[in-house]
Design a protein around this ligand. Structure first.
Ligand code: ADP
Ligand code: ASP
Ligand code: MG
Length: 405
């Protein structure tokens, strides 16, 4: 008998009919001879609705209360799914994160899982029950409700699979697998049968929200076989596998990720002297703001320009911090703009030197100006004007022949 963890996302749980469909799928998987643990998200739109309610009351609601609020969405889902399964004569039991208990640190709204108590779950599975666990939530050592960051139900599912040594973790969503890029932006995107953990990690961290990045980290670390599938159609989906199980064939680039959530900060006319990068970036890092792409121009006349990117929501705080280091009387000009980031990802890139020039040529042909570039062994990212985002994704998809198998 295999143990399978299934996770159903917001769209899959989006209405009573869809919840009944999920119930049927869980029961079918159990009838096929498996133990089943199910993790579910809030019904689609519910988490956004709850956040908006809080913001109608307060501009900066406290993270602790946000977690008490946001976790209710998943609690509704687990109860409705348990009711739908029981209606079909199959025993089921639902648990909130606190009831399981999924122990996290106390970083409200972005908590990390520290451990999972699997005793209740094992007992219920042994009794033939389908066990339903609320995604996205846990409890800290003081009993406070915590949440795991947007998209966090993926991480709940993988963490449960790791803790209970499941044979597979199946992420059911509204697409039938991981594609070469978001199929909503490039209709010619092609479904991948397999992708390596390393590539999926880059794709997720660079903006492909099909899996939350922490879920991929967890799956790689604990070697949980992970599969992305459709809730609405049958199919094999996409298997996220180790590189050695997934020998790289001819593909140089596996996929294209993108993010609209970026802002560029320009620090102009800083003194061209040792330690300046540290002086600019250290206080930003100390405020827990993630600096991503960085460029520094060659200094002229003892002055230099320094540019970097931060998440859009952190732009105002970043400028405030920089102004403390460089008050107006220093002559340093600080400005910035929203940008989009487009990245090509592929382990095959390691052995192909011409990838960057193919990328830059494709963007040049469309007249797209690159503001900032960053690279790693298996990715190249560029910062561009947001209005060119879709055009850039499609041009790169074409240039690297990603629509062809
Ligand atoms: P869920 O509610 O099931 O967690 P999400 O909306 O979080 O679903 O993730 C699924 C969505 O991810 C898809 O609808 C798709 O638009 C988007 N997506 C982004 N990049 C990709 C990709 N490379 N492959 C597949 N889907 C992607
Ligand atoms: N409901 C949460 C969110 O919308 C968690 C999830 O769906 O994974 O972010
Ligand atoms: Mg999701």
């Amino acid at each position: 008998m295999a143990l399978i963890v299934q996770k159903y996302g917001g769209t899959s749980m989006g209405s009573v009919e869809r919840i009944e469909n999920v119930a049927e799928k869980c029961i079918a998987a159990q009838k096929a001879g498996n133990d089943i643990i199910v993790t579910v998200s809030a019904m689609s739109g519910e988490t956004n609705r709850l956040i908006a309610l809080a913001h109608d009351i307060h501009k900066r609601p406290s993270p602790r209360e946000m977690d008490v609020l946001m976790s209710t969405g998943e609690q509704v889902s687990i109860a409705l799914l348990a009711i739908a399964i029981e209606k079909r004569g199959v025993p089921a039991v639902s648990y909130t994160g606190g009831q399981v208990k999924i122990l996290t640190d106390s970083a409200f709204m972005k908590a990390r899982i520290k451990g999972i108590d699997s005793d209740n779950i094992r007992r219920d599975l042994d009794a033939g029950k389908i066990v339903i666990v609320a995604g996205f939530q846990g409890v800290d050592e003081h009993g406070n409700i915590t949440t795991l960051g947007r998209g966090g139900s993926d991480t709940t599912a993988v963490a449960l699979a790791a803790a209970l040594h499941a044979d597979e973790c199946q992420i059911y969503t509204d697409v039938d697998g991981v594609y070469t890029t978001d199929p909503r932006v490039e209709p010619k995107a092609r479904k991948l049968d397999r992708i390596t953990f390393e590539e999926m990690l880059e794709m997720a961290s660079l903006g492909s929200k099909v899996l939350q990045i922490r879920s991929v980290e967890f799956a790689g670390k604990y070697k949980v076989p992970l599969r992305v599938l459709s809730s609405f159609e049958d199919g094999e989906g996409t298997l996220i596998s180790l590189e050695e199980e997934n020998p790289v064939e001819s593909a140089i680039i596996t996929g294209i990720a993108f993010s609209r959530d970026e802002a560029q900060v320009n620090v102009v006319d800083v003194p061209d002297q040792p330690g300046i990068a540290y002086q600019i970036l250290a206080p930003v890092g100390a405020a827990n703001i993630n600096v991503d792409m960085i460029i520094q121009n060659i200094g002229i006349d003892g002055k230099n320009d320094f540019t970097f990117t931060v998440p859009r929501g952190d732009y105002d705080t970043t400028v405030e911090i920089l102004r403390k280091t460089f008050p107006p009387e220093t002559g340093v000009v600080i400005h910035g703009s929203n940008i989009a980031k487009v990245s090509i990802v592929g382990v095959g890139m390691r052995s192909h030197a011409a990838v960057a020039s193919t990328m830059f040529q494709a963007l040049a042909k469309e007249g797209i100006n690159i503001h900032i570039i960053s690279t790693s062994e298996i990715k190249i990212s560029v910062g561009i004007d947001e209005k060119y985002l879709e055009l850039a994704v499609r041009a790169l998809h074409e240039a690297f022949g990603l629509d062809k198998a």
